[in-house]
Design a protein around this ligand. Structure first.
Ligand code: BGP
Length: 460
């Protein structure tokens, strides 16, 4: 073993409710925005399997958890579906949902797999969207109440909690670039949504702390996209810093440091795009810094100075300030169109060490989606050596970061078994375990065996 990880390192994977559970109209579940959108505009989604079935975890969780154990997991991140637990978003709690999550959590624990729970992974209850979604302060209140209910129901057994998964993504998808419901394209509204998400996060942390859950830790999961300027020319450097402000620091600074980046506030002020705030918000953010940060890492951001000045009357978008460019010679995942840059993970961790108080962190998602993986089927198993290489190369950089003092506690791959990926559905498969969509049969891929060996040896 050349690369050994610290004792007690968390090896596992991550997923989310809407992407695996299925049973979206079973067991008293209310509709989420994804159930709604899929019903309304199925043609916008790839393939013909939707959130109604997904990977049927709702019915097959026992088998799946057994398999998790077999591939060496000591921890597993999943999300709770708000619309399953509280079908109307606020008010009555659905007993069947509580029973389901109780059973899943107990099953994980009985296999010595520690559950990491995300409260919100993109699937807003439709009832909340009807109330204005994250643009509405009332929805923030409802979320905080939902969080409170979850902490009280499961906090006796669940010790790692995460308020939001990638909160910037619903902002980008739902309010800037039209890949999530409600398909709004409006920078001003996006800013309000982002702001409310941060307030919801900080208030949930506050509630968590008030409950004094024994050994409990609370954090947030952020997709960090390290921003690299094309050159050291001041205009490129400035553009890259602004992209970093919008897409990383907007959430990272308030969550970890308890304050919004002053440069971002200045920029928004300059353009008259400040969100509506309430008295006491800044103190709430200040007081409720996270205990732990989950880092989802897929790709970096390559930035250059804007070539054309945007028309001042054009709708406000982050891209007013920078352009992306394709770095020559970069390594790509052609299926997802994302650059593969393993060192980015190291750069993220060093940044957390040096500028974010070396906050306790872990890699909460890292993975590679590949199309038509059946091509690699040999002797009944998908030979996904490309995925093994992807993990190995990222882990080497992670190991180096840890050697250099970064406070990293674990590595969760995205994802355990092939799951439903939002608009792309099952186009790109990410799982350690293959799922046959006709029969729902699970078959571990070669990468599952590799990960099992890694977690058994605590290294490779
Ligand atoms: C992250 C999300 C996941 C997952 C993953 C892969 O942004 O947290 O939910 O889906 O990306 O991305 P995609 O499914 O879009 O290929």
């Amino acid at each position: 073993v050349t690369y050994t990880f610290p004792k007690g390192f968390w090896w596992g994977s991550a997923t989310s409710a809407a992407q695996i559970e299925g049973a979206s109209n079973v067991g008293g579940k209310g509709k989420s925005i994804w159930d709604h959108w899929y019903e309304q505009e199925p043609y916008r989604f790839y393939g013909n399997v939707g959130p109604t079935t997904a990977s049927d975890f709702y019915h097959r969780y026992k088998e799946d958890i057994r398999l998790m154990k077999a591939v060496g997991h000591n921890s597993f991140r999943m999300s709770l579906a708000w619309s399953r637990l509280i079908p109307e978003g606020r008010g009555k709690v659905n007993r069947e949902a509580v029973d389901f999550y109780d059973r899943v959590i107990d099953e994980l624990l009985s296999h010595d797999i520690e559950p990491f729970i995300t409260l919100f992974h993109f699937d807003l209850p439709m009832a909340m969207q009807y109330e204005g979604g994250w643009e509405s302060r009332r929805v923030v209140d409802a979320y905080v109440e939902y969080a409170n209910v979850c902490f009280k129901l499961f906090g006796d057994r669940v010790k790692k909690w995460f308020t939001f998964n990638e909160p910037i993504v619903p902002v980008e998808g739902g309010y800037l670039y039209d890949f999530h419901y409600p398909n709004v394209v409006d920078g001003r509204r996006a800013i309000q949504v982002a702001y409310h998400t941060i307030i919801a996060h900080a208030r949930a942390v506050e509630v968590f702390r008030s409950l004094a859950i024994e050994d409990g830790k609370i954090g947030i999961i952020l997709n960090l996209t390290p921003s690299y300027p094309r050159s050291q020319h001041p205009a490129d450097v400035k553009a890259s810093k602004i992209a970093d402000l919008f897409f990383n620091r907007s959430f990272l600074d308030p969550a970890v440091l308890g304050e919004f980046p002053p440069e971002l506030i200045d920029l928004l002020n300059e353009h008259g795009h400040v969100p509506v705030t309430q008295k006491g918000d800044a103190e709430t953010v200040q007081k409720n810094k996270v205990d732990i940060l989950g880092v989802n890492y897929y790709q970096p951001r390559r930035v250059k100075a804007k070539e054309h000045v945007p028309h001042p009357d054009s709708p406000f978008m982050p891209e007013w300030f920078f352009d992306h460019y394709e770095m020559p010679g970069r390594k790509m995942n052609p299926y997802r169109g994302w650059e593969i840059y393993e060192k980015g993970l190291y750069d993220i961790m060093l940044n957390l060490r040096d500028n974010y108080g070396n906050v306790e962190s872990f890699v909460s998602e890292n993975g590679m989606g590949v199309q038509n993986e059946e091509r690699y089927l040999k002797d009944g198993q998908i030979q996904d050596d490309y995925r093994i290489e992807f993990f190995r190369e990222h882990l080497k950089w992670l190991h180096k970061a840890i050697q250099e003092g970064c406070n990293v506690k674990g590595y969760h791959v995205w994802t355990f078994m092939d799951n439903w990926s939002w608009m792309n559905a099952y186009k790109n498969r990410y799982g350690l375990v293959y799922v046959d969509l006709e029969t729902q049969k699970r078959t571990p891929k070669k990468s599952a065996e590799w990960m099992r060996a890694v977690s058994e040896q605590n290294g490779f």
